[in-house]
Ligand binder design. Structure first.
Ligand code: AMP
Length: 300
C-alpha cells in the first residue's frame, strides 16, 4: 500500500524476481482492459482519467479471477489493491475461502513533495512495460533490459500521471485508502517502510519487513539469541497441550468403565433376591443371573 507515486509498482517488480511469484497490479489489469477495448476497459477509462476509483465489486471480481490462476498458487504480490475498506474486507473473506491468508501488508511512506516529483517524472516503456523515472531512475541508454531487438525503451507518460489527475488521486487516496491503513494496523499485518532514498535501500527495508512478518511469532521483534531462548516455553506449551489431549481420552474411558461397573453392581443387587427365589424353586441360579445381568452396551 502507499500513495500514488510511493513506488509500489517498482518494488513489486523487484519482489517478483526475488520470489518468483506474480505481481498483481489492479492498475495494470485495468490498463490492459482499456487498451484491449473490453467492456470493463471502456467503463474504467473515464473513471481512471478522472483519478477516481473503479467500483469495489468489479475490483473484487478481478482479484478473485487473478489469484485463482495457476501462476499465483505459490503466492502473489498485490499492488494497488485493496484501496477501500470494502475491498479489504472482501479480500479477507476471499483469502479465508481460498485458505491463503495474507503474510503481510506493507505501507510505503513518502513525503508529499517527493510524491509529486516522482509522479511527474514517471514514464513507462510501451515495449517491456517497465516503469522508470526521468529524475530518479532513468532508463539505461542504450537499453539492455528491454524486449529483444530493442536498444531503446519507448517511454510514455500515463494520462493519469498528469498534474490535475495526480491531485485528485492523492485526495482519493487520503479519503478512501487511509482508512484501509488503519484497518490493517488493527489486524497486526501492517509493516511500514520508509520509501524514500535509493531504490536498493528501499528494497532492503522491504525485504527486512517481509522477513519479520513471516518469521515465527516468538522470534518477532527479538534478537536471534533472545528468540531461541523464547522458543522453549512455546514448545513446552505445545507439549503440555498434547498431554492434556492424551489425558482426556483415558479419563473418558475410565468414566465409562466405572459406569459399567456400577450398572453391573446394581443389576447384581437386583438379581440377588431372584437367586434366592430360584434356589428355593430349584431353578439353576446361573440361568437367572445370565438372563438378568445384562452388561450395559458400550457408551450407554
Ligand atoms: P494505479 O496504477 O494502481 O495507480 O491505478 C490506476 C487507476 O486504476 C486508479 O487511479 C484507479 O482509477 C484504478 N484502480 C487501480 N486499482 C484500483 C482499485 N483497487 N480499486 C479501484 N480502482 C483502482
Amino acid at each position: 500500500m502507499g500513495a500514488p507515486g510511493s513506488g509500489k509498482g517498482t518494488q513489486a517488480q523487484r519482489l517478483v524476481k526475488q520470489f518468483s511469484i506474480p505481481q498483481i497490479s489492479t492498475g495494470d489489469i485495468l490498463r490492459k482492459h482499456r487498451s484491449e477495448g473490453t467492456e470493463l476497459g471502456k467503463r474504467a477509462d473515464a473513471i481512471m482519467a478522472k483519478g477516481l476509483l473503479v467500483d469495489d465489486a468489479t475490483m473484487l471480481e478481478i482479484i478473485r479471477d487473478r489469484v485463482t490462476q495457476a501462476d499465483a498458487q505459490d503466492g502473489f504480490i498485490l499492488d494497488g489493491f485493496p484501496r477501500t475498506q470494502p475491498q479489504a474486507e472482501g479480500l479477507a473473506a476471499l483469502m479465508t475461502e481460498l485458505g491463503t491468508p495474507l503474510d503481510a501488508v506493507v505501507l510505503f511512506e513518502v513525503g508529499d513533495e517527493e510524491l509529486v516529483r516522482r509522479i511527474s517524472g514517471r514514464r513507462t516503456c510501451s515495449l517491456c512495460n517497465k516503469v522508470f523515472n526521468i529524475y530518479t531512475a532513468p532508463p539505461s541508454s542504450p537499453a539492455t533490459d528491454c524486449v529483444e531487438g530493442s536498444s531503446e525503451h519507448q517511454l510514455f507518460q500515463r494520462k493519469d500521471d498528469e498534474e490535475a489527475t495526480v491531485k485528485e488521486r492523492l485526495r482519493v487516496y487520503e479519503e478512501k485508502t487511509q482508512p484501509v491503513v488503519s484497518y490493517y494496523s488493527g489486524t497486526g499485518l501492517l509493516r511500514t517502510v520508509s520509501a524514500e532514498g535509493a531504490l536498493d535501500e528501499i528494497t532492503q527495508r522491504l525485504l527486512a519487513a517481509l522477513a519479520e512478518a513471516v518469521a515465527p511469532a516468538p522470534s518477532r521483534a527479538a534478537s536471534p539469541k533472545k528468540s531461541s531462548a523464547k522458543k522453549k516455553p512455546a514448545s513446552k506449551k505445545v507439549a503440555a497441550r498434547k498431554r492434556v489431549v492424551r489425558r482426556a481420552k483415558p479419563k473418558a474411558k475410565t468414566r465409562a468403565r466405572a459406569g459399567r461397573r456400577a450398572a453391573r453392581k446394581t443389576a447384581a443387587k437386583r438379581v440377588a433376591p431372584k437367586r434366592k427365589a430360584a434356589k428355593r424353586a430349584r431353578v439353576p441360579a446361573r440361568k437367572v443371573a445370565r438372563k438378568s445381568v445384562r452388561r450395559p452396551r458400550r457408551g450407554k
